[in-house]
Design a protein around this ligand. Structure first.
Ligand code: AMP
Length: 469
């Protein structure tokens, strides 16, 4: 969640007593910027176009006023239909939204259900037989039920499209077109997207009538509180570098709490997890081939920090709201710059700072260029460990000789005494040429941020004494 506005209170926005009480129970005092901007027009019945990422409080921004409007209209729960339909791209996000709807609507007496793929259709049919006030759904499962004549959308008063850009990325465009023809024309539409590519603008034109536009993150710019670092590293060296970082053999800025690692493919995620586990570093993977219970377990263990390393594909991690993600590690760079924005947006939540580290191989330079161009990101280059190539090839200080295996990742905060200031060194990672050779002990200062604007923030975060250039 982004910072809330201390001067403004939820009472000032015109919300009803039951909703205010529910907010009180959750301990929310002040609306976040997206809530402050969105709640009044939604209460008036206006359509809305919101540019906001998960973590900004956007769920409450659409859910709170909608609950109030549904309460006020006081219609009966429709048979085999719903009054408010929220479409979300992933199962995880749908689950989170439904839980929020239950929390916020606890005292409003509204029925909330969610339906997602990967679970029993029959159960969904049964639970929706008597209809519901609020339905949170992934598009595919919703259309399954509609095709089976188990559900209709003709009683929908409010339609919410959440993470619309992600729904397009996932190929839901046809599903969305069909759904748009099945909902009544006089509904209210609330449309949310983290980015605003052209295709999304066209969709907004189709779905919304004269929408109020609210935005809390400038289009395609990366969050300001995220310090971004970069390793230039060969593809076949990445796993070793990852293991050295997670096991503290090569320090990087920041103190690890939860590390979210992005890979491009499901298979890639599994391979990383397997190799980490062979090195004594427990981690979980989350991607589309995992069953729902496996995904939930991985997320639960990540949330509770029992297993604070999670390796994910873009799709699976999108929209996940987990506070305390200290590091986002891009093991592979995404080929779409917007995806990079989404990825690193998993850190720096709830007003905290965050760290994003990218591993860029030679053949990913173009992706890096696109990311820089699109987001104005300032990356601070980090040096590889000393004798790195030798370590990768197993002829240098071998993994076994180095340290006892760690059950949990531990990285000293930036500025730890071990990380002494050193002169800036040139990165020379090439086959047979260990990067940072001749620059002192492995890791000492290798992860040292250079002299850009990130430095003071790193120092603050680490409790003083951050590495200096
Ligand atoms: P969202 O962007 O909707 O996923 O929300 C991000 C997180 O912020 C969730 O954990 C919400 O429960 C929390 N949240 C939403 N609104 C507020 C608020 N006004 N004050 C404090 N926390 C909030």
């Amino acid at each position: 969640m982004t910072q809330s506005n201390d001067d403004l209170r939820f009472e000032d926005l015109g919300l009803s007593q039951p909703v205010l009480q529910a907010l009180d129970l959750k301990g929310y005092n002040n609306p976040t910027p997206i809530q402050a901007q969105a709640i009044p027009p939604v209460l008036e019945g206006r359509d809305l176009m919101g540019i906001a990422q998960t973590g900004t409080g956007k769920t409450a921004a659409f859910m709170l006023p909608s609950i109030d409007r549904l309460r006020e209209a006081d219609k009966q729960t429709p048979f085999k239909s719903c009054r408010m339909l929220v479409l979300a791209p992933t199962r995880e996000l749908a689950g989170q939204i439904a839980q929020n709807a239950k929390d916020y609507g606890a005292l409003a007496g509204l029925k909330v259900h969610s339906i997602v793929g990967g679970t029993s259709v029959n159960k969904d049919r049964n639970k929706l037989h008597r209809g519901t006030d609020i339905l949170v759904a992934t598009p595919g499962r919703l259309l399954d039920l509609i095709d089976q004549k188990a559900f209709t959308l003709d009683k929908v008063e409010v339609l919410v499209l959440d993470e619309a850009d992600q729904m397009l990325d996932l190929g839901f465009i046809h599903a969305l077109r069909r759904i748009s023809q099945l909902v009544p024309e006089d509904r209210q539409t609330l449309f949310f997207s983290a980015t605003m590519p052209k295709q999304i603008q066209e969709l907004v034109g189709k779905y919304c009538r004269n929408p109020v536009k609210v935005s809390v993150t400038p289009e395609s710019t990366t969050a300001e509180r995220i310090d971004q670092f970069l390793f230039m590293v060969q593809q076949d060296e990445k796993q070793t570098l990852l293991e050295m970082i997670l096991s503290e053999r090569h320090p990087v800025p920041g103190k690890f709490e939860r590390v979210l690692i992005f890979a491009r493919t499901k298979h890639g995620c599994d391979r990383i997890v397997k190799k980490l586990s062979q090195s004594g570093i427990p981690a979980n993977a989350i991607h589309g081939n995992k069953s729902q219970p496996q995904r939930e377990r991985a997320l639960g263990e990540f949330r509770s920090a029992k297993t604070p390393i999670l390796v994910a594909t873009d799709v699976a991690a999108r929209g996940i709201d987990i506070p305390g993600v200290s590091h986002v590690l891009n093991y592979e760079l995404p080929n779409v710059p917007e995806q990079y924005v989404h990825r690193i947006g998993r850190t720096a939540r709830a007003g905290r700072d965050g760290i994003a580290i990218a591993f860029c191989a030679e053949d990913e330079r173009d992706y890096l260029k696109d990311i820089r161009k699109k987001t104005d990101a300032e990356f601070e280059r980090l040096a590889l460990p000393d004798n790195f190539r030798a370590v990768v090839e197993g002829v240098g200080p071998t993994k076994r000789e180095q340290k006892p295996r760690l059950a949990r990742p531990k990285v000293r905060p930036a500025g730890d005494a071990a990380r002494k200031p050193k002169p800036k060194q040139k990165h020379t990672a090439r086959k047979g040429k260990p990067a940072g050779a001749g620059s002192g002990g492995a890791g000492a200062g290798a992860g040292r941020p250079g002299g850009n604007r990130n430095r003071s923030r790193n120092r603050r975060r680490s409790g003083g004494g951050a590495p200096r250039g």
